[in-house]
Design a protein. Sequence first.
Lengths: 170, 917, 437
Amino acid sequence: MWTGDCVSDLIPTLSEQELAAIDAEIAHLPYRAAAAIDALKIVQAHRGWVSDDSLRAIASHLRMSADELDGIATFYNLVYRRPVGEQVILLCNSISCWIKGCDKLQQTIGERLGVGFGETTADRRFTLLPVPCLGACDKAPVMLVGEELHENVSGELLQQLFGAPAQEGS
Amino acid sequence: MPVIHIDGRAFAVEAGGNLLETCLSLGMDLPYFCWHPAMGSIGACRQCAVVQFRDENDEHGRMVMSCMTPVTDGARFSLSGERAARFRKTVVEGLMLNHPHDCPVCAEGGECHLQDMTVMTGHRDRVYRGLKNTHRNQYLGPLVHHEMNRCITCYRCTRFYVDYAGGTDLAAQASHDHVYFGRQTDGVLQSEFAGNLVEVCPTGVFTDRTLVYDYTRKWDLQSAPSVCAGCAVGCNTIPGERYGRLKRVHNRFNAAVNGYFLCDRGRYGAGFVNSERRLLYPGLRNAEGRYDALDHRAALQHLQRACSGARLAGIGSPRASVEANFLLRELVGADHFAPGFSTRQQALVELALRLRRDSRAALPDIRGIESADAVLVLGEDVTNTAPRIALALRQSVRNEAFALAAELQLQPWQDEAVRTLAQDRRSPLYIAAVGDTPLDDVAAARVSLAPDDIARLGLAVAASVAGAPAAHEGERTPALAAQIAAALTAAQRPLVVSGTGSGSGAVMEAAAQVSEALCAAGKAAMLCLALPEANAMGQALLCGPGALDLAGLTARAASGDIDTLIVLENDLYRRGPRAEIEGLLAACRHVIVLDGMDNATTSAATLALPAASHIESEGTLVSLEGRAQRHYPVFQPPAERYPGWMWLLACMKELERTEVRELQHFDDIIRACAARIPALAGITAAAPDHHYRNAGVRVPRQPHRYSGRTAMHADLSVHEPQQPVDEESPLAFSMEGLNRDQPGALLPFVWTPGWNSNQGVFKFETAVGGPLRGGTAGARLFEPGAGVTATAAFAPFAAQPGTWQLVPRQRIFGSDELSALSPGICELVQPGYLELCAADAASLGVGSGDGVTVGDDLATLEVRVNDTLVPGCAGYAEGHAGTANLAPLARVSLRRAPQWQRHSAQLIGSDGGGGHV
Amino acid sequence: MNSATADLDRPLTRNVRPDRAPTDMAAYEANGGYRGLRRAIGELSPADCLQIIEDSKLRGRGGAGFPTGMKWSFVPMQDVSPGPKYLICNADEMEPGTFKDRLLLECDPHQLLEGMICAAYTIQADIAYIFIRAEYHRAARLLREAIAACRDKGYLGNDILGSGYSLSIHVHASAGRYICGEETALINALEGKRAIPRAKPPFPQVSGLWGRPTIVNNVETLCNVHHIIERGADWFRSLGRTADAGTKLYGVSGRVKNPGCWELPIGTPVREIIEDCAGGMERGYRLRGFLPGGGSTDFLTPEHLDLAMDYDTIGKAGSRMGTGTMIILDDKTCPVAFVGNLMAFFAQESCGFCTPCRNGLPWSSQVLQDIEHGRGQPVDMDTLERQVEFSGTIGNTHCALAPGAMEPLASALKYFREDFQRHIDERRCPWCDGGRG
Ligand SMILES: Cc1cc2nc3c(=O)[nH]c(=O)nc-3n(C[C@H](O)[C@H](O)[C@H](O)COP(=O)(O)O)c2cc1C
Ligand code: SF4
Ligand code: FES
């Protein structure tokens, strides 16, 4: 590459813990870059999302270009390249949950938290995202909050998770 | 040969191909997008669909992608069947959903493969009512323009950029119908071959940025077959002109030299032709030291006066044509003619020619290089000195993959499958250089060594190939030498690459020894030596060994032996220390400079004559492969700017020199040169002479749809201008004529009915990827010899505290004079610098960005710490501003330059021209 | 029915408890676990195992029903080029309406591991991966624990049970995307790349993960392997009610009284599954149609209720058994909106590689939205038909995603055409906004 300029940009760094976890993945893979998805997820687990700086740090650790890594990061739905709330609500909107009224559920959650799909609450606690079929169609509608699966989601459950409905949402 | 049946007709076809390329080779019009003749098939676009039948009783058949379907004996296909045709039409319809239909303002318009395929498939009516996706475009640097909305997601860009050319800073992003091809953030594309995206992209996502802002449609471009003057590889080009301006350069297919691709120096490096700094009129220096403009008659009279009865000397140019150099040499006499290299460079080029002519090893063309299954690169940073060859070397390492694929009956064109199978298994490529090179990523191993040690490594490899114990006394790399020797010996077609780039003759001698040893061991070895500049080989052949060099000429001038010095297309200030050049020019009463550019040398001329560039003139250049190739004027130069050969011929006629009495035409000069110089006898075969007619007519420079010829200059004059008549070539400055099946050297542009883009080149090829129907352009001037003699051992490099050995480091943008002045590239050229390893930098108390003074004020340059450099060696950016005083391999002292400040932008070469316009 | 025979009849779910608590190593072994493994590794050669699996007529449970033994037999056993071989368990379950692998993963992780070790032994794989979808956090955790337990027991690691055979299993959690379930896309994902399917040939059996021979099998497929090895091919073949062999996890979701997932003999009639297991339709809902095996299978209608749920019977009826998990279309749900929901999913999940899928699916999705929301035009029916042919024909696309995506649409146009037409004619959805009653 012709601008192999030695005055390179400062590469942001990863934490000890992150590095250790990534290196553990690399250890059983034949190529460093093969750990790309694992590394993105590890960093995301620590930081909530993958910022441009995080992306560059991972790329440099895996000795691949940030351009290639971003191609991978942006391919996968669950690598967040924008900040998300403390907890991500993945609401299943596939066929069985749709039959069982996930639209209404989305509306209810949306009203209660004041967010639509892809949005984060003002207090940064929740981000609401749609997710394809969660493999629990017999318990539709379902949603995943953090790592917790909630089946047969009902009004009471929403109340439990997100508190009482806002005043105007009668 | 397998026989296949297409729509009921039987065809005997080449085995091993895919159906798409087979159909195209048969001359059929089968649409496609993602397939590329040099990059194979991936089956993404689904545009090339045909129906395949099991047997003659199968009436239904199934849809297959022709690009993914091997031709096998007895196979039955339908191209024209309703179902396949309907599918292909719907594919275009699908691709057009999000396409902006912005053809009127798109730089690709008129040569757009997407337009062609849309017409070919018959898609016309838009049914889709949805919204279109839109994307944000990126700034990708001054060369390539990005317009993502036009993308049809064929993946050709990343397949070229990443898979083929080894780039890392372009990638497919996102997914489904949001796929985006770009960088992580805006920024200059880093590949030396990025410009090929412009031709590889089938629509207007990637276009020439330099064209976008000075735009002309392809159909309005006048063009002619040309040869890149950027380096000694001699890639074939098609420059296009309108309104007297060079608009852009495209690749001209040559199976032996450049295939489908150019490097960015070649694509963008001819833009200097439009420079404001180019000379239009002869200038005579007056008493105040300023220049008076003359017409050519007056100029010739001055020339005649300065030359008649004077003791003449001439300095030619390794970037000027064989013919111009030949005439100057005739004018001043062989004994008074220096070919125009720096003294040191001249010795290296002469040596390279001798080695290359003597060596038994084959002299590979680009196909040979790509076929190499083991490569040793000694001392040469090929990417920066002979870029197109580096791209070929990058393909050579894939031969291991092809061999693995063959075991599974996979064809090389099954691109993704072959890459998947091979992973990172590559044919061995070893690099020994003074520091890192852009090919390192595909090298099995690379070492940094001082030039002397590179030569020693080479000799050790040669000895090891010959079966002698590899370990020389004090050897730094005995194990590596044995490893390289083993790899080369195990290969079928080993290749050794070296060249003048390291500044060391020993390195080239060692390279020749390695290939010699391989030949002796019965291998079909190849040897490729890179040379500086476009016609270096031609100069070496013209002048022969032991020609007068710059030092010799300077000495003569100093002793008052030269009255009149004629300099041809050569800025001498780039050839030696400033003081010496100044002394030389001052010592001659008349300094006549023929050059297109206002530069330090023209500024020192007593008479300056504007010379046409290679884009505006005919001429022969001899590539590093020893291939003589002809370029033709794309357009007639303006005002009093004429080709060098024309000035010199006129001058000799003015002087009534008998040897030119019979010479009228350019062809006459070629013949005279071929007759006078046995080594150049073959140049007549480089291209047909001006009598050639294609089926009775000339070859046109303008496509059929060239528009506004009579109105183009109506703002200046309403009189219809007469079209220039080309008396020197079979080409016409006209759209009348025939552009089909003529010799390859005469391919002025690629256009054929239904194929307005460069994709139509297959119609000019004997078969897809094969040589042009009219024959491959150019003529090889010599073939391998009987063998090189043994070389004495070299002493190892010894670092001496307090001194450094200067080693040249080249840059694709900046090391070459004229390309660096071209729009786009000039933004990428950096000021001169000096590379040091970290320890050496520390010992001088400097770091990157600090200044360092070389020797006794030879130069003060910015330091770059590069830890791949050998301790004791200092790499300087050859050809860059401020480095003209530095000679390769010189031992110099270095010291920190305390007052030094980084220059923001510096012009390279001899900045600050004189007062011409 | 005593529990021993129940075990024999329902080998896959015998350890599944009503509360769905996971079966740990002790419980698993207590119920005869790792016997198949001991038999395979202790008594049989890889070739023996392959023969048993071939004889058993086990077919892949991932959707396509490809004979498992035949697939394995393509792995070169005397591979001359150096390098490992791989086994991959496809636990990416993301097909809309499919919820069977989750059950196996969460309730009985050891069953999968035992099956995998036997399968890996058969093809002499060096490393095995479980590619599990990102959202199955619990299953991934249980699998990791189970793998550790196996290592402690010597069922995994070097020199398994003193046989000289070594294997390690790694769990790779995906980062989300349906296309990762396609086996070659999965391999690319496992390599850390964009999950674009690969061209076939070469098939993964010869050039898969990192260019090496690789077998990809579905969770349910692998869970059968050690049972077959332990009890024999004849036993397995005898389990099926029709020509197909073994049991199958069948599921029903939608407006039925008792949605769920059950292990039944393969070839059980649809009616039994819907009416007996799922308890029939919810009160007030009538069955209009069903997708027999997940979101990418063709609709069948009440007239098909008595068909046997096996690969060939359902195939002949114009659909596919797919994953065996049915989705019910009731009379209060708009078929256009139903198909529209699926199409939006598939369009979103297209990898973006080939044109008919990347551009065809969003186009179909847009037309379906238009029709559903009363913006349909007469030409749209023609457009949909064209799209079905364009993206829905095998061979037109690079992988099977788009043809699968088109199956519900194609069959809906066949069975529910008048509903589409009514939307267009009435310029509104006859059900209501949102398409559900
Ligand atoms: C788009 C697409 C998605 C798929 N998703 C899955 C999946 O989630 N799980 C699965 O086991 N097979 C899936 N498959 C099928 C696999 O490609 C493959 O055929 C299967 O894993 C093979 O396993 P089997 O032979 O055991 O059935 C999918 C196929 C396609 C085309
Ligand atoms: S059908 Fe084509 S675009 Fe769709 S998922 Fe398969 S390869 Fe990707
Ligand atoms: S050219 Fe054949 S699929 Fe693109």
